[in-house]
Design a protein around this ligand. Structure first.
Ligand code: SF4
Length: 306
């Protein structure tokens, strides 16, 4: 992947974000690749040599690298107790695929496998932790296949856009601090083996002609229905289906002052494919992603004209 520098950032910063210590070994798939949608994996492999990224967009990757420094420091403080950033490999029975995964930290004292994740408050609030559970359990399986027996899986989520002010003043579900400790369910060996084999078979079958990522993979929620008033820009309330919105609108019309009942209407708000728009490294090679981006730009261009 080529690195550009559109904002003429200083050389030391560019050098810092250029370093890439990612190594996949001889594996056909890593744990990160196994959980990815086939289209993202296929396109990132296919276009790797021509893809480019701006240094300014790697700021979060840079922050992620600081995690490695911190983990190394923990390991040095007590090398007998902590196993840090070790890659494990195994060959799967049946498919014969060699898979690998690198753990963050294993505490031998209480046999806990820790995974550090940087995430947004938005992702935390929608409770989308399925991929964390899958990746952690692939790594757990790899450790078991190499003779280590973790007893607990813990995810430490760092909420990078967390705001103290919002925690004090906003609604109850806003996280109370920027670090969230989350125990993850542990899969049996059989469960993990079945999951991994299915992912290997799916990737192999779809690699040459990968389908568009499904709604869940695109981080796209269902559409909402907003009860609106012609004299207000913001919705009175959002509903997940049209019937609920219509019932609420009829009630609002009934209790509104005379003359106001004609001001209510329902607006359907299509959910956006958040991953395609903001988080997909192959969006510019994917017809669906390019179309989503085009529509988003058209929609927001007309909003600015208003
Ligand atoms: S742009 Fe969307 S559909 Fe295309 S590969 Fe990325 S996430 Fe999948």
């Amino acid at each position: 992947m080529k690195l550009t520098n559109r904002f003429n950032l200083p050389e030391p910063f560019v050098a810092a974000v250029s370093s890439d210590d990612y190594e996949r070994g001889e594996a056909e798939y890593t744990s990160t690749e196994l959980i990815k949608p086939s289209r993202i994996l296929a396109y990132s492999r296919k276009y790797e040599s021509v893809m480019s990224e701006d240094a300014s967009d790697r700021v979060w990757a840079f922050q992620g690298q600081t995690k490695h420094v911190v983990l190394e420091r923990i390991a040095k403080s007590n090398p007998d107790r902590y196993l840090v950033e070790k890659r494990f490999e195994t060959t799967m029975p049946g498919t014969g695929a060699k898979i690998s995964g690198k753990i963050d930290l294993f505490d031998k004292n209480d046999a806990t496998l820790y995974d550090w994740k940087e995430t947004s408050v938005w992702k935390f609030l929608i409770g989308d932790t399925e991929e964390w559970e899958q990746q952690a359990n692939i790594n757990l399986f790899l450790m078991r296949m190499n003779g280590l027996m973790p007893h607990r899986l813990i995810n430490i989520a760092i909420l990078k856009d967390w705001k103290a002010r919002k925690a004090r003043f906003t609604k109850e579900d806003y996280p109370k601090c920027a670090v969230h400790v989350m125990p993850l369910p542990m899969w049996s060996v059989g469960q993990a083996q079945e999951y991994i084999s299915k992912r290997v078979e799916k990737h192999r079958a779809e690699m040459a002609n990968p389908p568009v990522c499904n709604k869940r993979e695109r981080w796209q929620r269902d559409a909402n229905f907003a009860v609106m008033r012609t004299d207000r820009k913001r919705a009175i309330r959002l509903y997940q289906n049209r019937d609920q919105a219509e019932a609420a609108m009829l009630h609002a019309m009934k209790i509104a002052p005379p003359g106001d009942s004609k001001k209510f209407y329902i607006e359907e708000r299509a959910a956006e494919p958040v991953r395609c728009l903001d988080f997909c490294e192959v969006q510019t090679y994917c017809d669906f992603g390019m179309e989503a981006d085009k529509k988003w730009k058209e929609k927001h261009a007309s909003e600015t004209k208003d």
